[in-house]
Design a protein around this ligand. Structure first.
Ligand code: GLY
Length: 364
C-alpha cells in the first residue's frame, strides 16, 4: 500500500493506494478514529451494481473490525445524481439515525462519490466523509479533491460544495470487474494527467499493453503506480488551488470540447472519457494550428489514445459543437478558458474568444 497525504484548507487526509484495500477498510476506519468508531453511525452509499459485486466484501471488512453500518443502495447511473437521488440519501440517513458525528462512506464510481459527498457536506451541516471509489476514473480523479455535486435541470454539477473526504482509499483490485468501456473511460483521464503534467507517465503507458479485454489491462503493479502518480499530480494541484480559481482548471484539459461532444451525442453516443479523449486531441490541434503547441503533439496524443483503444475523432464539425461550447462558457464574456498544451506534460490556460475558436475549428 502506498500512502499520500493531501493537505487542504478543508483538512488533511490520507490517500491510500493498493490492491485489496476494501478487505481492510474496517481496520482503516478504526485507525482514522484512533481505534474507536464514529459516534454518530456509519452510512455506506453505493449503487446496485457495485453492491451486488462487492457488498459482501465490504460488509465482511466492517464486521471483522466490529463496525456497524447501514447501506443506501441506489439505482446505477447518472440519474441518481439528482435532487431525487439526494432525497433518497437524506431519507435513508434519517431512517438510519446518522448523527452529526457520523460518517458517510461513498462506495462506487463518480456518481456515488459526488452524490454521497454532497449529502455528507449538507447532512447536519456536515458529517465525516470517506471515499472508497470503485472505478479507475474515480480512483484517479473524482475520488480526491473534494468536488461534490448533483445535477439539476439547469445543468450538470450546478449544485455542489467543496467538501474534502477524511480518507480516500483507492483499491485498484476493484477495477478487475470494470467493463472494458469503463476502463477505457478511466484511461482517458489517466492520459489527461500525463498530457498536462507528466510526459514520463505517458511513456509508462506507451510501453505497456492495454486495450479491450481484461488480459490486456495494465498489470497490477503498474496500475497501482499509475494511480499513485495521477493522485499525486491531482493532490498537488488541489493543494495549490483547492477552490478551482486557477491551476485546478488544468484538470479540465479536453473537457470543454469533451462536454460539447457528450452533449452533441445526447450523452448516449460517447461516455465522458471517450469524449474527453477526443476533446484532448482537438485542444492539441488548436494549439498546434495557433503555433502555441509543439508540432507533433496531436499525433503523439492520438497514438497513445489509440494504444488504449480510445477513438480520437468525434465526427462532429464546428457547427455542431460550437453552440454547446457557447453554452458552456464558465466565466461569462466572449469566450472560453481553454486548456492548451505547450508540449506533452506542460499545460496552460488560454482565454480564447468564440470568434477565434470558430475560425480555428472552421479550418479543420
Ligand atoms: N475533476 C476535476 C477537478 O476535480 O477539479
Amino acid at each position: 500500500m502506498v500512502k499520500l497525504r493531501a493537505g487542504t484548507a478543508g483538512g488533511a487526509y490520507d490517500v491510500l493506494i493498493g490492491r485489496g484495500l476494501t478487505e481492510r477498510v474496517g481496520e482503516l476506519l478504526r485507525e482514522l478514529y484512533g481505534g474507536g468508531a464514529p459516534g454518530g453511525g456509519i452510512a455506506v452509499v453505493s449503487d446496485a451494481n457495485v453492491w451486488a459485486l462487492y457488498g459482501a466484501r465490504l460488509t465482511a471488512a466492517m464486521e471483522s473490525a466490529g463496525l456497524g453500518f447501514f447501506s443506501v443502495v441506489l439505482e446505477p447511473g447518472e440519474r441518481a445524481k439528482s435532487l431525487e437521488g439526494l432525497r433518497l440519501v437524506y431519507d435513508a440517513f434519517g431512517r438510519g439515525k446518522l448523527r452529526r458525528d457520523g460518517l458517510a462512506l461513498a462506495f462506487g464510481g463518480g456518481v456515488v462519490g459526488d452524490l454521497c459527498g454532497f449529502a455528507a457536506a449538507t447532512w447536519n451541516r456536515g458529517v465525516d466523509f470517506v471515499q472508497l471509489p470503485t472505478t479507475l476514473l474515480a480512483q484517479v480523479d473524482s475520488g480526491i479533491g473534494g468536488k461534490t455535486a448533483i445535477n439539476v435541470e439547469a445543468g450538470k454539477n450546478l449544485v455542489g460544495a467543496f467538501y474534502q473526504p477524511r480518507l480516500a482509499v483507492m483499491d485498484t483490485g476493484l477495477q478487475d470487474a470494470l467493463p472494458a468501456r469503463e476502463y477505457r473511460c478511466g484511461m482517458a483521464e489517466v492520459i489527461k494527467y500525463g498530457a498536462i503534467r507528466s510526459e514520463a507517465l505517458l511513456g509508462k503507458l506507451a510501453g505497456a499493453a492495454s486495450g479491450g479485454g481484461a488480459a490486456e489491462r495494465l498489470e497490477p503493479a503498474l496500475m497501482a503506480e499509475v494511480v499513485r502518480e495521477c493522485c499525486d499530480i491531482k493532490k498537488g494541484i488541489v493543494e495549490r488551488d483547492e477552490f478551482d480559481r486557477g491551476e485546478r482548471m488544468l484538470l479540465n484539459f479536453g473537457h470543454s470540447f469533451g462536454h460539447a461532444i457528450e452533449r452533441a451525442g445526447s450523452y448516449e453516443r460517447h461516455n465522458h472519457g471517450e469524449a474527453v479523449a477526443m476533446g484532448m486531441v482537438m485542444a492539441a490541434r488548436l494549439g498546434e494550428d495557433k503555433g502555441m503547441t509543439e508540432p507533433g503533439t496531436e499525433r503523439a496524443l492520438r497514438e497513445i489514445l489509440a494504444s488504449k483503444g480510445l477513438e480520437a475523432d468525434c465526427g462532429y464539425g464546428a457547427e455542431e459543437l460550437l453552440p454547446h461550447m457557447e453554452m458552456d462558457k464558465k466565466r461569462g464574456g466572449a469566450g472560453l478558458r481553454l486548456v492548451l498544451l505547450r508540449r506533452l506534460g506542460d499545460a496552460f490556460i488560454y482565454d480564447c474568444d468564440f470568434q477565434e475558436l470558430r475560425e480555428g475549428m472552421a479550418a479543420w
